[in-house]
Design a protein around this ligand. Structure first.
Ligand code: MRU
Length: 381
């Protein structure tokens, strides 16, 4: 079991340490995670010494958010290789830990391919292991660069859509530095608007059932001195009706070839509200989130989470260890519908902002061109 391999480190976390990092203490390499299930109550690190510990951290959402899942998957493969475990088994377990965010399998594949190529060249697993680590580190750095570019393009788009500044932006789930090698996706755009003096308010959906908005986005907004207000997910409608929302900015877990966007459950109702109230609905995601192999909305596998996440309140001070570990908010035995994501059709999306620029209108052809441009840019470097 993962508990054998993952230890928590509560006492010596350096201030402002990243969501994920690779360390090489004398006992052997480890992947160190900021345990997001414990935020904002405590900043506790989780030290993973093998891939099963990382798989458990992914399932429990200690590490989460599409771009960071990709980075974690790549480091997980590097960890298996460096510790002499069976790399293909580790890669399969990591890639299958959560189904919706395509970044996870993309990150795993990248480190696995680098490892396989080095193994074919050298014939020696020990010599091949550094190639997997180099691939993970490269993905990590690329994600940081993509994040900065998305923030630039996203801010330019906001200024174009909403001339005059004073933006009041609504966001859902958590899309900041906790999910990224850089400052995130949608949150990075809000942060850029704040730094440019053009963000009047960030409306933060609490994001039921696991409160990624309340626990994590509010935490990141506070640390960055943003003017932010938390609301329950179902208060969004009246906020739109009151004319208090100028734009919606969200991330994505997978963007299908036809432009359908899978993101945290509750995103689709926001897109419907935005359309009704003539408010731009903008998705911010790196090109690694676009999956041209998934043709449309119906082909996206939406993760179903356990019912106890809905029937019980899980506080960060009391990390969930399964049914019965939270405070019951429904009668014992109540069944719950708990999809982790929903899918928004392209026609409701005003623009998709990637590191390659903003795509509007969102069409399959436009997405394919964007991905081709990104591939060309990558092969030129
Ligand atoms: O279940 P989670 O917390 O991993 O879901 C995360 C989201 O839905 C984010 O909005 C998405 O990954 C985009 S993050 C840049």
């Amino acid at each position: 079991m993962a508990d054998q391999y993952a230890q928590t480190r509560e006492d010596n976390r350096p201030a402002g340490s990243p969501a994920i990092r690779w360390e090489e203490p004398p006992e052997g390499p480890v992947v160190v995670l900021l345990d997001q299930t414990r935020l904002p109550a405590e900043e506790v690190e989780l030290v993973c010494t093998d891939a099963p510990a990382l798989v458990e951290a992914i399932r429990s959402l200690a590490v989460r958010g599409a771009p960071l899942l990709g980075i974690a998957g790549a480091y997980g493969v590097a960890l298996a290789a460096a510790r002499g475990f069976e790399v293909d088994d580790a890669a399969a377990a990591l890639a299958g830990a959560r189904p919706t965010a395509v970044n996870l399998s993309v990150g795993v594949r990248r480190a696995q391919s680098a490892y396989r190529a080095a193994l074919a060249r050298t014939g020696d697993p020990r010599q091949a292991a550094p190639a997997a680590l180099a691939a993970a580190r490269q993905l990590h750095q690329e994600d940081a660069r993509a994040s900065a570019r998305m923030a630039e393009h996203g801010l330019a788009l906001l200024d174009e859509l909403l001339p005059g500044g004073g933006h009041r932006v609504l966001t859902h789930c958590n899309t900041g530095s906790l999910v990224s090698g850089g400052e995130g996706t949608a949150f990075a755009v809000a942060l850029a608007a704040h730094r440019a003096g053009r963000l009047r308010r960030l409306w933060v959906d609490e994001t039921r059932p696991l409160f990624q908005g309340a626990r994590l986005t509010a935490y990141e907004a506070a640390r960055n001195d943003l003017a932010y207000t938390l609301l329950t997910d179902n208060a969004a409608g009246s906020l739109f009706a009151a004319g208090e929302v100028d734009a919606v900015l969200v991330g994505a877990d997978r963007i299908a070839a036809d432009g359908s966007v899978a993101n945290k459950v509750g995103t689709y109702p926001l897109a419907v509200l935005a359309r009704y109230h003539h408010v731009p609905f903008v998705v911010v995601a790196p090109v690694t989130t676009v999956d041209l192999d998934t043709p449309d909305a119906g082909s996206i596998e939406v993760e179903q989470r356990p019912g106890y996440e809905v029937t019980e309140l899980i506080a960060p001070q009391m990390p969930a260890t399964g049914a019965g570990s939270g405070i019951p908010v429904a009668p014992l035995g109540t069944q719950a519908y708990n999809p982790a994501f929903d899918v928004t059709p392209a026609e409701l999306v005003t623009a998709i902002v990637t590191e390659e620029g903003a795509l509007s209108p969102v069409t399959g052809k436009g997405l394919a061109e964007l991905c081709a441009r990104s591939r060309q840019a990558a092969s030129a470097t």
